[in-house]
Design a protein around this ligand. Structure first.
Ligand SMILES: Cc1ncc(COP(=O)(O)O)c(C=O)c1O
Length: 371
């Protein structure tokens, strides 16, 4: 699905030098590379504060802790997402309240959010799934009206420019009270291991987020609140700082690959190409089709037999996962989420795809579906 090896070889000299510099310094935790990366990312992102951490899952957990969410509070999230988004809520005994997504954008449906608000609701967690932005303008309006926090799960959409109706543009992940992202190796900005970051413009929140990520310390060995240990290690920061300089070109390569697929599948009645709402610049973390009147799992197997990877993101929505039985997961009626879960399939998309590879992938998909 990705080709991180070729991508590395294109920037090998820079990356190798940065890694060797960290090894020579023998400062493996914290230090200048971490600070430099946080500063560069804040600038790129247009966020006042960036708190690096160990992974995207931790970022979400630390965000919920910093906002003071308590057991019994409710957070409204899509069920059609990667499990991390909602798992950390459950871990903190916060109730995830699952709502529908928009069948076109795959992102949380603002109308469904309004209906799910109760006196216990404390936050909304939109996920910019596959790299397409959730409808942040509507979500922020709902949050303001009901005095709720917004935590953006931006793990799949770093670099997406969201355009408000008044024409202003902001990066996804910098619009809510807190944004969270992941540097998992296959992400659009991927480390050579795990990594994550938290974004906020709020000075007081930034202090709390930093403290919680560092054992609740206000200064070394003085622990003011219960926290955790979540650090972006120095080597990852050094690598990410180099890759950040290439992020816009990586996004452009993904969008070009998406354009190629779009053109190749256009007009095919069985294949619905990814919708691109005009209010944001889809960064195509995934290229995900909706199949109509097609045996999706058979196509998945057919492609595998031809040496073409394809993936189902995600085969079981969160509300149907066993882990949420205790939270009444199975009592939810989310027909659009179920509908999508049965029909989506993602094709390889990354920065190194060439037209020859794409032509082969397309030919195999069309051999199965018909033209
Ligand atoms: C939507 C979403 N949220 C959260 C995460 C968690 O990130 P990580 O794997 O870095 O913990 C991921 C990625 O894996 C993700 O895709």
């Amino acid at each position: 699905m990705v080709d991180t090896k070729t991508q590395y070889h294109k920037i090998k000299a820079e990356v190798d030098a940065a890694v060797i510099a960290v090894m020579e310094s023998s400062q493996f935790i914290g230090g200048k590379p971490v600070n430099d990366f946080a500063e560069a990312l804040a600038k790129y992102h247009g966020s006042k504060h960036v708190i690096p951490c160990a992974n995207g899952t931790d970022a979400l957990q630390i965000a919920m802790m910093a906002l003071g969410l308590k057991p019994g509070d409710e957070v409204i999230t899509p069920s059609f997402t990667y499990i991390a988004t909602v798992e950390v809520a459950a871990l903190l005994n916060i109730k995830p309240v699952f709502v529908e997504v928009d069948k076109k954008t795959f992102c949380i449906d603002p109308a469904a959010i309004e209906k799910a608000i109760t006196p216990k609701t404390k936050a909304i967690i939109p996920v910019h799934l596959y790299g397409h932005a959730a409808d942040m303008e509507a979500i922020m309006e709902i949050a303001a009206k009901h005095n709720l926090f917004v935590i953006e799960d931006n793990a799949q959409a770093i670099g997406n420019d969201y355009i408000f109706s008044n024409g202003t543009t902001k990066k996804t992940g910098s619009i809510g009270h807190i944004g969270c992202t992941s540097f998992y190796p296959s992400k659009n900005l991927g480390a050579f291991g795990d990594g994550g970051a938290i974004f906020t413009d709020d000075d007081a929140l930034a202090i709390k987020l930093k403290m919680i990520a560092s054992h609740g310390q206000s200064k070394r060995y003085y622990h003011d609140v219960v926290g955790c240990n979540s650090r972006l290690d120095t080597m990852q920061a050094a690598i990410l700082n180099i890759k950040l300089g290439h992020l816009d070109e990586y996004i452009a390569a993904r969008r070009k690959a998406a354009d190629y697929y779009d053109a190749a599948f256009a007009g095919n009645k069985k294949i619905e190409i990814p919708f691109r709402k005009g209010n944001n610049k889809h960064v195509f973390h995934q290229y995900t089709l909706i199949l109509h009147d097609t045996d999706r799992d058979a196509l998945n197997q057919f492609l595998a037999d031809k040496g073409v990877p394809s993936m189902i993101y995600y085969p079981v929505p969160a509300h149907r996962q066993k882990m949420f039985d205790a939270f009444g997961g199975n009592s939810y009626q989310l027909p659009d989420t179920d509908w999508l879960t049965e029909r989506v399939i993602s094709l390889p998309i990354h920065t190194e795809l060439d037209e020859e590879q794409q032509a082969f992938i397309v030919s195999q998909v069309l051999e199965f579906t018909g033209r």
